[in-house]
Write a protein that binds this ligand. Structure first.
Ligand code: NAD
Length: 246
């Protein structure tokens, strides 16, 4: 039987690392992509079937080289998970253009660049794309102009990918996680934000990396073969409450 493969960006830690581990556990070979080469080497150590590939997904030249390397090392590309992301919390009036660009470079340009480079390989396998947005892309708050806008754009880009690439048998879906205790969230979630989330989420807790990863892996699998263009909130029910983002 053909061994399936996946590329996961932002795989040195957090949701990306949990996703890479779940793919490996189901027998896929996985290219783990991250711009933090040291953390990536540490994360991939001892993971059988993992291929660490240092790359900054916001840089077109690096992405082109990364995709060639992945195709060569893996032999085929069955799934692309655009997970690499950075956070920035601030209102419009306080957000400098440099901060705005830093967020867009990775969260939006990175998804565009990796997808474009992967299309010829995904066409060959009739593969799947999963983009990682956020509940911040579904609801506005007074705090997240750059982050929320980048994630809303990723949700639209997912629909665009599904519309354009369906004729090649490529599916594209999006996962919008609620809060998860990763380094990214720890950097921006104040005690007040944490308490507000706790109250606003029907399940009254943050999610785990594995709870997000299992949705990503499902969407890449044949079990989701008729699902494309969708955004699935994995958020403990937050999106269904109508409560504003803290
Ligand atoms: P994390 O900070 O733990 O991990 C992100 C990884 O992405 C890091 O290893 C980092 O080095 C890498 N990365 C960042 N910019 C990169 C770039 N330009 N090129 C390559 N690698 C890069 O974060 P996480 O919480 O695991 O987040 C993963 C994704 O989930 C992000 O897209 C994030 O926006 C999204 N998300 C997270 C939460 C949360 O609460 N943690 C909620 C909603 C959405």
């Amino acid at each position: 039987m053909t061994q399936k493969t996946a590329i996961v960006t932002g795989a040195a830690r957090g949701i990306g690392l949990a996703t890479a581990r779940q793919f490996l556990a189901e027998g896929r070979r996985v290219a783990m992509v991250d711009r933090d080469a040291e953390a990536l080497a540490e994360a991939a150590e001892g993971l059988e079937g993992a291929v660490p590939v240092p790359c900054d997904v916001s840089q077109p030249d690096q992405v082109a080289q990364m995709m060639e390397h992945c195709a060569r090392e893996l032999g085929r590309i069955d799934a692309l998970v655009n997970n690499a992301g950075v956070a920035d919390f601030g209102p419009i009036e306080d957000t400098t253009f440099a901060r705005w660009r830093r967020v867009m470079d990775t969260n939006l340009d990175g998804v565009f660049l990796c997808t474009q480079a992967a299309i010829p390989h995904l066409r060959a396998t009739r593969g799947a794309i999963v983009n990682i947005a956020s509940i911040s892309g579904l609801r506005a708050s007074t705090l997240r102009v750059a982050y929320g806008t980048s994630k809303a754009a990723v949700i639209h880009l997912t629909m665009q990918q599904a519309a354009e690439l369906g004729e090649y048998g490529i599916r594209a879906n999006c996962v919008a996680p609620g809060p998860v205790n990763t380094k990214l969230a720890l950097a921006v979630h104040t005690p007040e934000i944490r308490a507000a989330y706790h109250d606003a989420i029907p399940l009254n807790r943050y999610g785990s990396e594995d709870e997000i990863a299992s949705v990503i892996v499902f969407l890449c699998s044949d079990k989701a073969s008729y699902v494309t263009g969708q955004t699935i909130a994995s958020d403990g029910g937050f999106q269904s409450t109508g409560v504003g983002l803290p």
